[in-house]
Design a protein around this ligand. Structure first.
Ligand code: BGC
Length: 263
């Protein structure tokens, strides 16, 4: 069975076929820019463009930068508001003509890191934190994901944490490492106080430069950089497509829509 993983990010939509046993890409990934505004329609087309690059495949897993419950997208902090309550799994399945499973981007990246990367063979409570356009979080207890923890939106000093410490804010405000790291430290200390995880895995593009800011962060919890870097989302999405077939999401979403009287 060939499974594609596709990662919808703030700046790019990237995908590749994935070896879900070894946690590796089978081909070089293909990327298109994330359409602006990132509406449902434009993003579905961008995903289709990426998928079409790879010929035949059986299933596809797709990450989304927001809450995803039963294949329905429930939040849209950094994408167009048309994603609120969109039946994403069904829309992708229909457009691609292949079963599509959808999950939160940080959950996907974390799942890949826990299975194949920095969180491998770790028990207890582990937290993935992605520092990118927003702050994404994923919690794992003994390797099992507790999905859709939106802890990047905790309030710190009266502000949404991702407006304080995301990598987008570092870039937008041209913060030096010395100025940005204390913001990340403040955020992680807050999370540590609330949840006391055994390990933080720090992901997002900036984790490639961990040597620039890790030494500036003083917290109790051990902290490691993600090892799958930019491919974690793609790999985690494909693994999820293997474990949670799209039909389950599409059926669950249809049921939910019926009971809410929206269809
Ligand atoms: C969203 C999360 C997402 C994170 C990273 C946040 O703004 O609410 O769902 O995981 O950004 O993309």
């Amino acid at each position: 069975m060939t499974i594609l993983g596709i990662d919808i990010g703030g700046s790019g939509v990237k995908g590749a076929p994935v070896d879900t046993v070894r946690g590796e890409l089978l081909e070089e990934r293909f990327r298109v820019p994330t359409p602006q505004p990132a509406t449902v329609e434009s993003v579905v087309e961008a995903v289709a463009e990426v998928a079409e690059k790879f010929g035949d495949y059986d299933r596809v897993g797709i990450t989304f930068p927001g809450v995803v419950v039963d294949g329905v997208t429930r939040s849209a902090a950094n994408v167009d508001k048309s994603w609120l309550n969109a039946p994403a799994a069904r829309l992708f399945t229909e457009r691609l003509g292949k079963p599509a499973t959808v999950l939160n981007d940080a959950d996907a990246a974390g799942a890949a890191e826990v299975a194949f990367g920095a969180g491998r063979d770790q028990s207890g409570l582990i937290m993935m934190v992605t520092l990118g356009t927003g702050i994404g979080t994923a919690l794992f207890l003994d390797g099992v994901l507790i999905p859709n923890t939106e802890l990047g939106h905790l309030e710190i000093d009266g502000r949404d944490a991702e407006l304080l410490a995301s990598d987008r804010i570092r870039e937008a405000k041209e913060l030096s490492w010395d100025h940005w790291a204390p913001r990340v430290e403040k955020y992680l200390r807050h999370v540590e106080m609330l949840l006391a995880p055994r390990l933080f895995i720090i992901g997002g593009g900036v984790s490639k430069k961990s040597e620039k800011f890790f030494p500036l962060i003083d917290i109790r919890t051990p902290m490691v950089a993600a090892t799958l870097l930019n491919n974690a989302g793609i790999i985690g999405a494909a693994v999820s497509a293997e474990q949670h077939p799209a039909s389950l999401q599409v059926d669950a979403a249809a049921q939910a829509a019926k009971s809410e009287g929206t269809e």
